[in-house]
Design a protein around this ligand. Structure first.
Ligand code: COI
Length: 357
């Protein structure tokens, strides 16, 4: 394995205001190998980040057998705090995705323990400016060098860390999205609810078309009826029509987002009526025309709570509300980021402080 020249020698060198997303990596990574012949996972190892050396026939490169997760570590109010937001949900979703992709699970307690150790080791890289965090990317890939189509016998699990700011170039300002009824992301019985690279590969072509037309993201519709809303691909989606906050039901094709689940609970705590149900573009367009679509926003680990100001559907452009961040999205953003950084109370017990050794 070759070593990578460090892209930074010290965490003081980067500008926290200009981090973007996923461009800078910390000094250490965690790795753990699975071997069917050896009967399971090896001991995890934390070491300097290095390139992976893979045979050109390595199965993940051909058939995409892989799973990943995304969660964030935040600096808290006390110097020693390192706060994770609902990491148990990411670990559990990771293992559910693994089951769907025929990948052996990772022991949740070991996952949590060693991931925390890695984050503590690179704790100086956790940015402290508002809107920043240390993004944690656990990944597992199929490593057999073999060209037949079957589940791999061997796997590599690794975790890398990246100091990040806002995911979108717009920062946390409202984004414009293109609703597509031409392409689909996932279909019933497929792998839409698994967090696996193939779902993101499936989104690229439509996303490129959307970017060329001036949109930040694509809103995906149900593959069968092509009218019910599903998700944005990097975020789940919410609508506020009059007093109801609506998000599409999960049903196998939509990613079960950790932030989605948190938004559902927090919006209910705030007294809004929250419904998980089918919502069609006809209903959304009718609500815009009646003036009752007050807000539309996405939720995701990377995107947090991201308001949608405009969307295009079947060639027609619509503005949501007054085109600015709405009341519910604004309150949820403040509440979630406040909890994540320890500035607000955590009534659900979602925050795990891993700062102490
Ligand atoms: C996340 O929100 O963590 C994601 O995984 C979305 C994306 C960056 C792939």
């Amino acid at each position: 394995m070759g070593t990578i020249p460090r892209n930074r020698t010290s965490s003081e060198l980067y500008e926290e205001d200009n981090l973007g997303f996923g461009k800078i990596f910390t000094e250490h990574m965690l790795t753990m190998s699975y071997s069917t012949s050896a009967g399971g996972w090896s001991e995890p190892e934390i070491k300097p980040v290095e390139h992976l050396v893979l045979h050109p026939a390595t199965m993940v490169l051909h058939y995409g057998q892989q799973v990943f997760e995304g969660l964030k570590a935040f600096a808290g109010r006390d110097e020693d705090d390192i706060l994770l937001f609902r990491p148990d949900m990411n670990i559990s979703r990771f293992n559910k995705s693994c089951a769907r992709l025929c990948i052996p699970p990772v022991d949740p307690a070991l996952f949590m323990d060693r991931m925390s150790e890695l984050i503590r080791k690179d704790r100086d890289w956790i940015p402290r400016s508002p809107g920043t965090s240390l993004y944690v990317r656990p990944t597992v890939i199929a490593t057999d060098p073999f060209l037949g189509v079957r589940p791999s016998n061997d796997y590599l699990f690794y975790i890398i860390l990246s100091p990040v700011g806002a995911y979108y170039p717009e920062g946390f300002a409202p984004v414009k999205i293109l609703v597509t009824d031409k392409y689909v992301r996932a279909c019933p019985g497929g792998i839409g609810e698994a967090k696996t690279g193939a779902n993101y590969a499936a989104s690229l072509f439509a996303a490129e078309e959307a970017h060329c037309e001036g949109f930040t993201q694509v809103l995906w519709l149900n593959a069968v009826d092509r009218v019910s809303v599903e998700e944005v691909g990097t975020m789940n989606i919410f609508f506020r029509i009059e007093d109801e906050v609506i998000t599409p039901s999960l049903g196998g094709t939509v990613l079960p987002g950790v932030t989605r689940d948190s938004v559902i609970k927090l919006a209910a705590d705030m007294g809004y009526k929250v419904t998980e149900r089918t919502i069609s573009m006809e209903e959304v367009v009718a609500a815009v025309r009646k003036g009752t679509l007050l807000e539309m926003f996405g939720s995701g680990t990377a995107a947090v709570v991201s308001p949608v100001s405009h969307f295009r559907y079947q060639g027609v452009d619509y503005m949501v509300g007054n085109g600015e961040t709405g009341e519910v999205a604004g309150k949820l953003f403040d509440e979630i980021t406040g909890m994540q950084t320890g500035a607000r109370p955590d009534p659900h017990g979602w925050i795990v402080n891993i700062g102490a050794q």
